[in-house]
Design a protein. Structure first.
Length: 329
């Protein structure tokens, strides 16, 4: 593999779960990607009318992140805030330096390999394909996948046909450009973030009539993201990016699912990077981390399943963990 050009990484950090996840991300980045040459920027929402409390991280979390070389940048929540926390990944982009390529990761991601060797093409943005057909939802009187997605492309003056995967059948969800917003990248966070915000707020405030039966919460970011990526000349990631959601990163989502289904390598990295005392004393402040990583609950959950033959769909996995009394998030 070649080496990617210099780029910055963005994750969101705020009070509560997301801040602890950001610290875990930072620890795994430093341990697993020693060649990473860019900046790790943790964007942090600031107090304001769209937050009922103070969304900023406490001092011990901030200090631990800065010890790991993270740069904490504030941003104002003007369009989303507590009513739609996924909007942090949209508004936070505007805190990043203009014109410098970026990769965004959800905070509940673990770095398990060398990110600097992933050959990102920042002029062709892409996003995670580790997704299910969550949106749009099939409804009795809905107009169908094609009409729903075409209405969105038309709204923003985008050409629709080239976004389709013609190897997939008509009216099957995988034919249409749809991503998990757990990671995405682009050439300029200011341009990308401005367009992402503009598309998302217009879809929320004035959706096309074809969307009348569709819920946009929590899917708004994943509805707008493919339109943004397509508008910048991007699309589905090629095989050269398979390390993301593969050997290089893992979007683990919640601790019970990490221990139940992820690879031995992911568990090994998790337990190694959380072992140092300076990290442990902070992460133990988050109850799921304390119980699963430090008190052994994770290993008990892992022993319930054969990782090479996991129950499908994910709901069955969750239900088994809940039945045993081990579920936390």
């Amino acid at each position: 593999m070649g080496t990617a050009p210099a780029f910055n990484i963005m994750v969101v950090g705020q009070s509560g779960r997301v801040g602890y996840e950001a610290l875990l991300f930072a620890a795994s980045l430093r341990a697993s990607s020693p060649k990473f040459a860019g900046r790790l920027i943790v964007v942090e929402p600031q107090p304001g009318p769209l937050w009922p409390g103070d969304p900023r991280m406490p001092g011990d979390l901030r200090g631990a992140l800065q010890e790991l070389g993270a740069e904490i940048r504030p941003f104002e929540s003007r369009d989303f805030g507590a009513a739609y926390p996924n909007g942090n990944k949209i508004e936070g982009l505007l805190a990043l330096p203009e014109g410098e390529p970026f990769v965004f990761f959800d905070s509940d991601t673990l770095v398990t390999g060398e990110l600097q060797e992933v050959p990102f093409d920042f002029d062709r943005p892409a996003a995670s394909m580790r997704r299910e057909g969550t949106w749009p939802e099939e409804e009795l009187y809905w107009p169908g996948y094609t009409a729903t997605w075409r209405a969105l492309y038309d709204r923003f003056g985008l050409e629709f046909e080239s976004s389709l995967d013609l190897t997939q059948p008509d009216e099957y969800w995988q034919r249409y450009l749809y991503f998990n917003a757990g990671w995405f990248f682009g050439a300029d966070p200011q341009a990308f973030g401005t367009r992402f915000r503009d598309y998302a707020t217009e879809i929320r405030n004035d959706p096309p009539e074809e969307l009348v039966l569709q819920s946009l919460d929590p899917w708004l970011d994943q509805v707008a993201l493919p339109l943004v990526i397509h508008s910048f000349g991007g699309g589905r990631p090629g095989p050269e990016l398979s390390g993301l959601d593969g050997d290089v990163t893992c979007h683990w989502r919640v601790m019970p699912l990490l221990y139940a289904r992820e690879s031995d390598r992911v568990v090994e990295v998790l337990e190694e990077v959380t072992a140092p005392n300076r990290i442990k004393k902070v992460l133990k402040g988050h109850e799921p981390f304390k119980r699963f990583i430090y008190q052994g609950r994770g290993r008990k959950v892992r022993a319930l399943f054969d990782q090479s033959n996991l129950p499908r769909p994910e709901r069955k996995l969750r239900n088994r963990i809940k039945k045993e009394g081990f579920w936390m998030r």
